[in-house]
Design a binder for this molecule. Structure first.
Ligand code: C2E
Ligand code: CA
Ligand code: CA
Length: 776
């Protein structure tokens, strides 16, 4: 494209040079000169027209109209040229100043001015354009006054009345040209920093050359020195061809750059803004000097125009101020909203939208102060989700977040406005229940919370059951300071966890005793292993059809020298928390296996020994190899070892867990799913875990006779076991009614107090001896 531009520029120079050369060569041969000049001028118009036509076609929609207006101007110029040619060459009229030529030329001039207005209007605004028009009119006052006074009047005096047309043409046209030129320049100049400035400048240049040529032409006509072939003729061609160059420049631009509609809204057009004032001053001076009516009238008109402009500017400024005020108000409301949002971030939990710990602290302190002043009481509830860690570990943090959000939503829904809910972090929430003065009301509230969480949460098309443990402290009964209330609610919450979770607990002084017991246990647990304080009790499992012992569950007891027998529920969770369960677990496994082997070696009945495996223990990388080592060391056949795992063991880190279970199964070890029905496992989970036995949780068995749901659950578990080819054992069987129901459902493996409690080794040995002799 750049090459085309260069070639065309060279062509213009060549064209104009040849034009001048021909004028010089044929300066004496008038008729040749007329033909050559007219032809070359017409030819240049045609060339430009062709270029503009192409430009118009190629131009983007933004500039299509602009180029169309320029094209109209050029077409009109060609028309005026052709009319001229027709008059001069065909008709042979020497004065070719026909009215048509004048009309066509006027259209050309106006087209360029219009195009300039159009492009600036597109980029600026109407208000700006209006003031510009007023400025132009003011300047025109000076031009017209000068033209009328200094040119037209003398010419009119010299010429006869019938040549009025000529008089106007010779005077008004050049003035009009100058005005048009001024307008075009001002408009294009106003487009500061514009990407389109280059081709607009070329159009301005062409227009400038045209106007100057016209001025000379008028002068030559008045002085009767013009004839076709004059030295100014090539200038017209030059101007026309430059418009063509502008077209090429534009096409070049749309190929290389993107033309932006926007421009720097720089309204300071020095030339345009100073010129009207200069015009008025000039008119004022002229009016004083010349004392002429025409000049005075135009001076007055220009003053009126200036006044209109200023009134308009004042109105515009008022509008701008209003707009500014509006913007300011907008900005202020935005700042306010931003400040609100920031304070929301500072005092609220991002995930749940609940108040955060910071906000909670101030609110609790305020509540204490308020209740103190008004002699009122309130409740502080500490709420902790049960097994949330396993949800996070198993299903990922994203799912954990969904659970937290859902829990927050339900809390908001079930609590009244009197309650202040906050998230303390993790899965802990704290609620300040103001205006609640009795324990019964707090009980109701806690039950409502537990109830609202009892509905399953739908997560990835699975129903997830989430429960929580609540600890409650009351102001002022359980504490009158922030720290006291917090500490006591926390202790109560811990207590409700210890009481089996999914429940609430009020603070009382015995809780402190419980907690100190816990820390004492934690302390003593370490030495208990080395001091051999643990013993294993065995609870037999029976086949109720044959009444034979088919297995036993090894259950640990802590025989403390001073505290006596401590049940596993008191120390297993602590051992799990502290990680001590791994050592303890290995010890149990080894002791149980070696004991069973001893009984076998004594010739007593062989049976499988159920050993509980804690989730923490199962997760250990060495778990499988530990089992192998124990079986090898004790020389017990793997088929006699029955590992009791809970559903959570399989759910946490599923693929890894399943691999471990598969290896153990290959070894020949049996797998039982303990407490079946209480976890959140699905049936699909059962098909993945190659278990041998389902142990129905004792909570269902114990409710068989007073709760139809438990009955249904038990029958369903038995049916599922049968369908999946799994053995089913019922534990916690205490009554004959329970046994009868289980028998009626074809569940024949039973463990429970009805047959025997867990008993020490020697007692169990005696039991075995009794049954062995019986069967013999
Ligand atoms: P579990 O695995 O469900 O064990 C069965 C529990 O039910 C035992 O309680 C047992 O004494 C009790 N039980 C058996 N039959 C009846 C009955 O007819 N009625 C009632 N009310 N209870 C019955 P225990 O021994 O107190 O153990 C409690 C829990 O402690 C166990 O529940 C188990 O989760 C854990 N545990 C016990 N020993 C061990 C162990 O060696 N290792 C691990 N990791 N956990 C153990
Ligand atoms: Ca068990
Ligand atoms: Ca169990």
């Amino acid at each position: 494209m750049d090459r085309i531009k260069k070639t065309y520029s060279a062509f213009i120079i060549l064209y104009v040079s040849i034009f001048y050369l021909l004028i010089f060569l044929f300066r004496t041969k008038h008729s040749y000169l007329t033909n050559i000049s007219d032809t070359l001028q017409t030819l240049s118009s045609i060339i430009t027209l062709v270029i503009l036509w192409k430009t118009c076609k190629k131009s983007n929609s933004l500039r299509k109209r602009f180029w169309a207006i320029i094209l109209i101007g050029c077409t009109s110029y060609l028309m005026s040229q052709l009319t001229w040619d027709y008059n001069e060459i065909i008709l042979g009229i020497y004065t070719p100043n026909s009215i048509y030529v004048a009309i066509f030329w006027s259209i050309t001039g106006l087209s360029y001015v219009f195009a300039a207005f159009y492009i600036t209007y597109e980029k600026k605004n109407t208000d700006w354009l209006f003031t510009l028009i007023l400025d132009i009119l003011t300047i025109m006052c000076l031009f017209i006054a000068v033209a009328l006074f200094y040119i037209l009047t003398p010419v009119m005096e010299r010429m006869s009345i019938y040549s009025l047309f000529l008089a106007i043409e010779y005077t008004v046209y050049p003035v009009g040209d100058l005005v048009c030129l001024f307008v075009t320049f001002s408009l294009f100049l106003s487009l500061t920093d514009d990407s389109e400035k280059c081709y607009l400048a070329l159009i301005s240049l062409a227009f400038f050359i045209l106007s100057i040529s016209n001025l000379f032409y008028s002068y030559l006509c008045i002085t009767k020195n013009y004839s076709t072939g004059n030295l100014i003729d090539p200038l017209w061609s030059l101007a026309t061809l430059i418009i063509g160059l502008a077209g090429i420049e534009y096409t070049n631009l749309i190929h290389t750059k993107k033309i932006s509609k926007k421009t720097k809204n720089n309204n300071t057009i020095n030339l345009v803004s100073i010129a009207p004032i200069l015009s008025v001053i000039s008119l004022f001076i002229l009016a004083i000097v010349q004392q002429n009516n025409i000049i005075t009238t135009f001076f007055e008109v220009s003053i009126i125009l200036i006044m209109i402009k200023h009134i308009f500017i004042i109105l515009q400024n008022t509008k701008l101020i209003l707009k500014l005020q509006e913007l300011n108000e907008n900005l202020e409301s935005k700042v306010l909203a931003r400040t609100k949002a920031l304070s929301h971030i500072a005092f609220n939990d991002q995930l749940t939208g609940l108040a955060n710990r910071r906000f909670f602290e101030t609110t609790l302190k305020n509540s204490i102060q308020f209740s103190k002043d008004k002699n009122k009481s309130f409740a502080l509830l500490f709420l902790d989700l049960d097994s949330f860690k396993s949800i996070n570990d198993t299903l990922g943090h994203y799912s954990g977040d969904i659970v937290l959000k859902e829990v927050s939503k339900r809390l908001k829904e079930c609590l009244t406005l009197d309650c202040f809910i906050s998230r303390q972090g993790g899965d802990e929430f704290a609620i300040i229940a103001s205006n609640i003065d009795t324990r019964d009301k707090v009980k109701e509230l806690s039950q409502e919370i537990l109830h609202s969480l009892s509905e399953p949460i739908l997560l990835n098309n699975h129903n997830l059951y989430v429960t929580c443990s609540i600890g409650i402290s009351m102001y002022p009964a359980d504490g009158i300071t922030f720290d006291e209330l917090m500490k006591h609610a926390d202790s109560a919450m811990y207590c409700s966890k210890a009481c089996g979770k999914n429940t609430y607990e009020f603070y009382n002084s015995s809780i402190d005793a419980l907690i100190s017991k816990k820390s004492a246990i934690k302390h003593k647990l370490h030495s208990a292993i080395t001091n051999n304080e643990f013993v294993i009790y065995y609870q037999p499992q029976y086949d109720v059809l044959t009444n034979e012992i088919i297995g036993a569950e090894a259950l640990i007891r802590w025989s403390h020298p001073t505290d006596g027998i401590i049940p596993p529920s008191d120390f297993i969770p602590i051992a799990e928390e502290s990680g001590l369960i791994d050592t303890l677990g290995k010890w149990i496994l080894k002791s149980a296996c070696s004991q069973v082997k001893k009984w076998q070696d004594k010739g007593l009945k062989s049976f499988k020994i159920g050993v509980n495996v804690s989730p923490h223990q199962f997760k250990q990388k060495s778990f499988v190899s530990d089992i192998c080592n124990i079986l090898r060391d004790t020389n017990l056949s793997p088929k006699y070892l029955d590992l009791e795992i809970t559903e959570t063991v399989g759910i946490e880190n599923t693929s890894n867990a399943i691999t471990k279970i598969h290896i153990l199964k290959k070894l020949g070890v049996k797998i039982s799913i303990d407490d079946f029905g209480t976890g959140y496992s699905s049936l699909s989970y059962l098909t993945k875990i190659p278990a041998d036995t389902l142990k129905i949780d004792k909570s269902f068995i114990q409710n068989i006779n007073n709760d139809s749901t438990s009955k249904t659950i038990v029958s369903s578990i038995i049916a599922v076991g049968k369908n999946l080819n799994l053995e089913v054992i019922a534990e916690g069987v205490e009554t004959k009614e329970q046994l009868e129901f289980l028998k009626s459902q074809d569940c024949i493996q039973i463990q429970g107090y009805l047959f025997s409690k867990p008993i020490p080794t020697d007692e169990f040995e005696k039991l075995l001896e009794r049954t062995s002799t019986k069967s013999k």
